[in-house]
Design a protein around this ligand. Structure first.
Ligand SMILES: *Cc1c(COP(=O)(O)O)cnc(C)c1O
Length: 315
């Protein structure tokens, strides 16, 4: 995706800290903050520094991410999903624990304190929960003291507990989707989206305002008034809701590098059009785009240049 010079992505670090504090207070178990994919496109380096004192550690996709975000400098440990072919020393040097789900990896990486990944239904990464023979051999080979699953339902979290509960093994299952399910919290939670929600404002100024006459744009849309912003599908944008000067409106059509916005009587050139924030949530945009809130947030975060705030903006 190409960033538009005309789109601003404001990340409020104070909101992220408040979100983390609120989650920690609610669950009262340690937090592994998910900062994979550059913290969902919001900047993993600055965010990890900002929340380090509030969390127990971090979760990333692979060792390369942990190095790129300099997570070792936070003083916290990191769990990385992909062990790939690195040596245990590489993981130890960066305070990263690799996830493992086969015997050879567990054996090879045992010095790096590997964490067992259990598949409780996603059928992607992890040893199947019902393969007790494999699980026992991996546990022994890796001298494993921690196991997790990527659960999306309470039943999947429960399956992890049934598989490994009652032993001296730290268990975790819950991402954002299960933060309202106390039985899924277990010994640690791993939120991603829930830390970032409400922390991002994405906006672009109106560069044209017109009284619409007849069918307009490529699609021949009709409206009373419309404006243009310089954000298009090359920047990851799509049609959906927006906010103009605090009032709900909608994106009528998206072109390669520009989009049409429906306007009211009082809207003028240089007024801000908010594509996220100012009351518009990740969930609403995601519903309009038919994607997950995580995907909506990631796309919006990549639309323009990021800037950071440390104070909650007055509403
Ligand atoms: C991405 C991820 C999470 C966080 O997911 P959210 O729904 O954004 O909270 C948690 N655990 C694992 C294993 C993940 O890959």
């Amino acid at each position: 995706m190409i960033r538009s010079r005309h789109v601003s992505v404001e990340v409020d670090l104070a909101v992220i800290r408040n979100n983390v504090r609120r989650i920690a207070a609610a669950v009262r178990v340690p937090l592994l903050a998910v900062v994979k994919a550059d913290a969902y496109g919001l900047g993993a380096k600055i965010i990890s520094q900002t929340i380090a004192e509030l969390v127990n550690g971090f979760y990333v996709f692979n060792l390369a991410e942990a190095i790129a975000y300099d997570l070792v400098s936070t003083g916290r440990r990191t769990l990385a999903l992909r062990a790939d072919c690195e040596d245990p020393e590489d993981f130890l040097a960066h305070r990263v624990q690799p996830a493992v789900w086969d015997y050879p990896s567990a054996m090879r990486l045992r010095a790096a304190h590997p964490v067992l990944s259990v598949d409780t239904g996603q059928q992607r990464f992890g040893v199947p929960a019902n393969d007790t023979t494999a699980i026992e051999s991996i546990l022994a080979a890796g001298r494993i003291e921690e196991a997790f699953t990527h659960a999306t339902t309470p039943g999947q979290a429960e399956l992890l507990r049934e598989t490994l509960g009652g032993r001296a093994i730290v268990l975790h299952a819950a991402g954002s989707a299960l933060l309202h399910e106390p039985r899924a919290w277990m010994d640690t939670v791993r939120p991603g989206l829930a830390m970032y929600q409400g922390a991002v404002r994405v906006h672009a100024p109106l560069i044209e305002v017109r009284e619409t006459t007849g069918p307009a744009g490529y699609t021949g849309f009709t409206a009373r008034r419309h404006g243009v912003i310089l954000a298009g599908y090359s920047n990851g944008f799509r049609t959906g809701p927006c906010v103009v000067k605090g009032r709900r409106s909608r994106i009528l059509e998206v072109g390669m590098q520009s989009a049409f916005v429906e306007l009211g009587e009082d809207d003028r050139v240089s007024d801000e059009v908010s594509l996220l924030g100012d009351g518009l949530t990740e969930q609403e945009v995601a519903a309009a785009w038919s994607v997950s809130p995580q995907e909506a947030l990631f796309r919006l975060a990549g639309m323009g240049d990021r800037l950071y705030r440390r104070e909650v903006a007055p509403s």
